[in-house]
Design a protein around this ligand. Structure first.
Ligand code: BDR
Ligand code: CA
Length: 322
């Protein structure tokens, strides 16, 4: 399966990238930069350094839209800084390995890359995985309506059965650009929503994080330090929840590659854009009785199978690469 990752890198975005690179059935054809955990420019700088660290400088990175559709500019939310640090990787520097080849930024805008890729591939061969604001994807679908019927999207975002994580109603990725998320989920594209309903069920513990350090590699030490920051932040902010950190974005990549990891419910989603509920994902009252079948929401996950696979694959990548 070919993948495009649309990342706001971000600790769990970095883990999602590692998982994609570690998955033999995935062909990562490009990373498009969005904003959220960090400004878009910081996110793509992180992507380039991570690709170099993981020995994959061949993967192209594309500069995306750097602000929400409802505003001329973007400011990182305080909660994002608490979870991801000011640099997006928990204030841990991404190590440079002696002799490694730098990755390069493409001159092509992210939206153009997404449009071309959907046009050039069969629908079942390409999955777009947005794990930040929906701005790039919504802009691509708006600019090229011919790709709506072909595009397949597995997105990390939203919450159907749980409260939000940045407001009582809104999940962070949807909250960054509710108008873009609303346009995306109403577009008619085939979408699987991997929201807090399932991503809060997949936890990585301190003991598992230390397994990366035990590899004795620079990449392993980096992942362990970054995860320690993320686990501290998560356990402080969510003391009622199980120990460890949530593997939000890696689960979206894993479900894109293996949909059987989650079970889904066909439900056309709407996104509230007004009032206290701004950013809430909810069943569209106008379509509730006649689901199109094009939007599915993951409601349960085989957490043990996913976390075991995540550890096995990413440890293998770290041992192999760096
Ligand atoms: C989502 O928001 C971001 O902080 C994470 O990277 C993830 O994509 C979780 O709500
Ligand atoms: Ca993210």
């Amino acid at each position: 399966m070919k993948l495009i990752l649309d990342l706001d890198t971000g600790i769990d975005d970095a883990l999602a990238l590692a998982y994609a690179l570690a998955s033999p059935e995935a062909e990562l054809i490009g990373i498009t930069g969005t904003f959220g955990n960090v400004p878009m420019e910081q996110g793509i700088a992180n992507d380039l350094e991570l690709l170099e660290l993981f020995g994959r400088p061949d993967v192209p990175v594309f500069r995306g839209i750097d602000h929400p559709s409802w505003s001329e500019s973007f400011t990182v939310m305080p909660a994002s800084g608490r979870f991801h640090g000011t640099n997006g990787t928990g204030d841990v520097a991404i190590p440079h390995v002696e002799g490694s080849t730098p990755a390069t930024l493409s001159g092509m805008p992210a939206v153009d890359f997404i449009i071309d890729a959907v046009r050039a591939n069969e629908p079942d061969d390409l999955m777009i995985v947005p794990t930040g604001a929906s701005t790039n994807i919504a802009a691509a679908l708006k600019a090229a309506p011919d790709i709506v019927g072909k595009a397949r999207i597995t997105m990390m975002g939203g919450a159907l059965t749980q409260p939000g994580n940045v407001t009582p109603f809104a999940e962070a990725n949807i909250a960054q650009d509710p108008e873009a998320s609303a346009a995306l989920v109403m577009s008619g594209a085939r979408i699987t929503m991997i929201g807090l309903d399932v991503t809060t069920q997949v936890k990585l513990t301190r003991e598992q994080a230390e397994e990366f350090r035990a590899t004795g590699t620079a990449a392993g030490a980096f992942l362990a330090d970054m995860l320690a920051y993320y686990i501290d932040a998560t356990e402080t902010s969510e003391p009622y929840s199980a120990p460890g950190c949530n593997l939000h974005d890696p689960l979206a990549v894993a479900a894109a590659l293996d949909p059987a990891l989650v079970s889904t419910f066909a439900c056309d989603i709407a996104v509230d854009v007004d009032g206290a509920g701004r950013g809430r994902t909810i069943g569209d009252p106008k379509r509730v009785g006649c689901p199109s079948g094009r939007v599915k929401v993951a409601l349960s996950v085989d957490a043990e199978r996913f976390v075991d696979r995540f550890m096995e694959r990413t440890l293998d990548l770290v041992r192999r690469g760096c």
